[in-house]
Write a protein that binds this ligand. Structure first.
Ligand SMILES: [Fe+2]
Length: 319
């Protein structure tokens, strides 16, 4: 199988967010040193107006990829044909090399919870997602990719690990993976597994894009807030991912307390530096394997004070 399923390595980009419109598209704005932008498809499924104006500005100067949040690939309802038709129209205009959404479901019985809900990792769920992912890819006539999400609970009915689940779906449906390295770390910390085992057991040639983001460590668990800088642990995991996948389009996501564009550009530079180190075959200090622990880096820099100290036998709260 060819690397990235023969899709291009676009370099390093950021998620397009409204607070950066002035810096990117305002009067006299220079082209930012970004190789591509990622849009949230749902924000542009409208006929015209400001969203379409800004999308046109983005397309004038940057490569653009599309990322969706509401498909509900694993949901119990039939696929939303109206949504897919609108998405396909947008694909025709944007011409992205791939289109992505998430391994999740978002509602049932007509209710939409606007969240990325976790899936039980069962063969039954694999079959359902495979069938629907193929259908979406065939309908959109562009390579489709699904993203691993962060999670905070596990299902007793799961019979597969998360990496087995997403790998089997990607292989059987012949789709790409949007590999979110931060989500792997968040879930590894929350559920107590080795994130490197996850990274090493996926079909690496199917990784068409990588996401990096900040998270908030509350001691007992981590929340995937997309706030703050990428943690040192996630940079280490990103480096190992690139060693296995080869160069892959990498995107910085930042969705809470969004800072000036310059801060995201600095994160993008850091991603470029890691890509260059891996490409040069640089030998680095060994990476600590195993279940992630609270460290000075992910505690001090990522909000550990918000949740207080992780409970240990010596400071257990007494009811
Ligand atoms: Fe992501």
């Amino acid at each position: 199988m060819p690397p990235r399923l023969n899709l291009p390595d676009l370099g390093v980009g950021v998620g397009l967010r409204v607070p950066h419109y002035a810096e990117l598209f305002g009067p006299g704005a220079a082209r930012a040193p970004l190789d591509f932008l990622e849009i949230i498809s749902e924000n542009f499924l409208v006929e015209g107006g400001k969203p379409r104006y800004h999308l046109a500005r983005a397309l004038e100067s940057y490569r653009v990829v599309q990322h969706g949040v509401s498909l509900g690939i694993a949901g119990p309802e039939p696929l939303d044909r109206d949504y897919l038709r609108k998405l396909k129209q947008l694909v025709r205009e944007v011409q992205p090399p791939w289109v992505s959404d998430h391994f999740c479901w978002s509602g049932a019985g007509g209710a939409h919870l606007h969240d990325l809900l976790p899936i039980p990792y069962t063969e039954q769920a694999v079959s359902r997602v495979v069938e629907r992912a193929r259908e979406v890819q065939d309908f959109l006539e562009v390579r489709f990719a699904l993203e691993n999400t962060s999670s905070y609970l596990t299902f007793e009915s799961s019979t597969l690990s998360e990496w087995e689940f997403i790998s089997e779906i990607a292989d059987r449906a012949d789709i790409g993976l949007l590999f979110d390295v931060n989500n792997v770390y968040v879930s590894a910390y929350n559920h107590g597994f080795d994130p490197y085992e996850f990274v090493e057991h996926i079909p690496h040639q199917r990784v068409v894009q990588i996401h990096l983001a900040g998270h908030t460590n509350l001691g007992d668990y981590i929340i995937d807030t997309h706030r703050g800088a990428v943690s040192r642990e996630v940079w280490d995991l990103y480096r190992r991912t690139l060693e296995l996948t080869g160069p892959v389009s990498t995107l910085i996501e930042w969705d809470d307390e969004i800072p000036p564009l310059a801060v995201l550009l600095a994160e993008a530079e850091q991603a470029r530096a890691v890509r260059a180190e891996v490409a040069a075959g640089a030998r680095l200090a060994p990476i600590p394997r195993g279940i992630p622990q609270l460290s000075e880096s992910n505690a001090a820099a990522h909000g550990w004070l918000q949740g207080g100290a992780r409970e240990t036998p010596s400071n257990e709260a007494t009811p």
